[in-house]
Write a protein that binds this ligand. Sequence first.
Ligand SMILES: NC(=O)c1ccc[n+]([C@@H]2O[C@H](COP(=O)([O-])OP(=O)(O)OC[C@H]3O[C@@H](n4cnc5c(N)ncnc54)[C@H](OP(=O)(O)O)[C@@H]3O)[C@@H](O)[C@H]2O)c1
Length: 229
Amino acid sequence: MRPSPIALVTGANRGIGREVCRQLAENRLRVLIGARDPAKGEAAALEMARGGFDVEAVALDVTDAASIQALGDKLGAVDVLINNAGVDYDTDQTPISADLARVRRTFEINLFGAWAMAQAVAPGMRRRRWGRIVNVSSGAGALASMGRGPPGYSASKAALNALTRLLAGELAGTGVLVNSVCPGWVSTDMGGRGGRLVQDGAASVVWAAMLPDDGPTGGFFRDGRPVAW
Ligand SMILES: NC(=O)c1ccc[n+]([C@@H]2O[C@H](COP(=O)([O-])OP(=O)(O)OC[C@H]3O[C@@H](n4cnc5c(N)ncnc54)[C@H](OP(=O)(O)O)[C@@H]3O)[C@@H](O)[C@H]2O)c1
């Protein structure tokens, strides 16, 4: 691990992303809390700062190029990117009935948002020859077990997994590790009730951020164990 690495977490004002921030800060990273509503980001940052953690809220909508660019020099300094922002577990749709405008919107966030963020931070990581990119995916995006399921969400997470492979391929040998992680079924606004604790889901994600330099890249993991693509 580099001395005092800087992490940026997208969609970090609530749910898994917020807890990922807390756990990264606990691991002595400086954490940028990305939130599209600045007030919600500030509230999360205030609570964590009270716990003595080194955190800062940043306004960030991953679908808005201007919002990403507004982060300016901060982007070049990011050592650990957690592409956590995700939406629309669309169990109310089927592939045949799906509203494609809605599916496109899902792809804008779950795939293109993560892609744009990787493009924004990867050059700095490559220059410093150290970095971690974690794409928060889902078992729903695993082609190996895909059948019935939320269509827009599943297809977007399968595409996110493809992005993981492609980025890992381009960054192979540069010291930048890129992996997909499933947090498991977690009780959040998205996951609803009955899932596991947000602390456990977040720990599954943080594992990939804290990988040693000889750790895996281009993989898909849950709780540190490989998941079939
Ligand atoms: N919960 C589960 O069981 C589960 C299982 C597998 C995978 N996952 C994945 O884990 C990740 C986090 O899920 P969660 O359960 O914590 O969801 P959540 O509680 O619904 O939180 C989603 C977060 O994404 C943010 N977001 C949405 N659109 C955004 C955008 N355009 N730009 C920036 N941020 C945006 C939301 O911000 P606002 O507050 O502004 O809406 C919120 O902070 C997602 O990628 C999800 O697909 C979750």
